[in-house]
Ligand binder design. Structure first.
Ligand code: BTN
Length: 277
């Protein structure tokens, strides 16, 4: 086994432990650091067997002044969180759950979560689509989700914040559980792909996308999002009951919905949208 791969499952929480595979997944920590180094020299890659939530852990660290660049991977989350206050459940070995935390100072934060979705989809597979704002879909089933949170640090009022980009990707197929349709899994597109291999595919392009976003905002991602937009020209219903037809996204990442009353630009993080019918 390459020593560039890290065995999860054997280390103390918060500490990445190199060594032989010990029951957990095998993680390409050194390869990721190497790929990311030209973009983010001081990134630490940490793999832990279990944590409540990788997002919660990095947000907690930021609140006590630890604003370092970290990619925190958990083989299992006991209290994974999703958007809109929902939970995020996953099983060790069957999914990839991680958060990238780093200081960031874009001129405008609008569209960051969409840019992250674009990066993930492009680095994983051409057939993956994006469902506004930032779900990854495969054939109308959810493959992955993104939860972005920020914490302030340094001078009050500065645009520089510590951002935590949390990502959950279903790797192996699983049953529907309480859902009406089972979620999608990456192995439907990339048979036998492991969580570690998936992480190696997405990590460096993700850091690159975040750097591009910081320098240039959402503009470089707009056409790329529209090229993968799963809702484009479909009848949709918003969580506030508004019905219309999705017409792509605007330059700041808002969903454009053509309704009986005209075109609405949907920006609120609290609004969700689903295909009608
Ligand atoms: C969503 O689709 O609602 C977003 C899901 C985000 C899940 C990931 S898993 C890693 C990170 N830690 C969390 O608690 N949530 C995110």
């Amino acid at each position: 086994m390459s020593t560039d791969w890290l065995a999860g499952g054997a280390g103390a929480p918060g500490v990445a432990t190199a060594g032989a595979r010990a029951g957990g997944s095998v993680w390409p920590a050194a390869l990721i650091r190497e790929a990311v180094a030209p973009l983010l020299a001081d990134l630490t890659v940490e793999v832990v067997p279990e944590v409540a939530s990788t997002n919660s852990e990095l947000m907690q660290r930021a609140r006590v002044g630890r604003a370092e660049a970290v990619l925190l991977v958990a083989e299992h989350q006991t209290a994974g969180r999703g958007r809109l206050g929902r939970g995020w459940t996953s099983r060790a070995g069957d999914s990839l759950t991680f958060s990238l935390g780093l200081p960031l100072a874009p001129a405008d934060w609008s569209g960051l979560s969409l840019a992250v979705g674009v990066s993930l989809a492009e680095s994983l597979h051409p057939r993956i689509q994006l469902k506004w704002p930032n779900d990854l879909w495969l054939a109308d089933r959810k493959l992955a989700g993104v939860l972005i949170e920020t914490a302030s640090f340094g001078a009050a009022g500065a645009s520089r914040r510590y951002v935590v980009i949390g990502i959950g990707i279903n790797i192996s197929p699983r049953d529907a559980g309480g859902l009406s349709v089972p979620p999608a899994a990456l192995q439907e597109l990339l048979p036998a792909v492991s969580p570690g291999e998936a992480l190696l595919r997405v990590a460096a392009p993700l850091v690159q996308a975040v750097r591009v976003f910081e320098a240039s905002g959402f503009a470089p991602f707009q056409a790329r999002f529209n090229a993968r937009d799963a809702l484009r020209d479909r009848a949709v219903v918003l969580s506030d009951g508004t019905a219309g037809v999705a017409r792509g996204i605007g330059e700041a990442g808002a969903l454009l919905v053509h309704t009986a009353g005209g075109t609405q630009s949907v920006t609120s993080a609290e609004v969700s949208v689903r295909p009608a019918g």
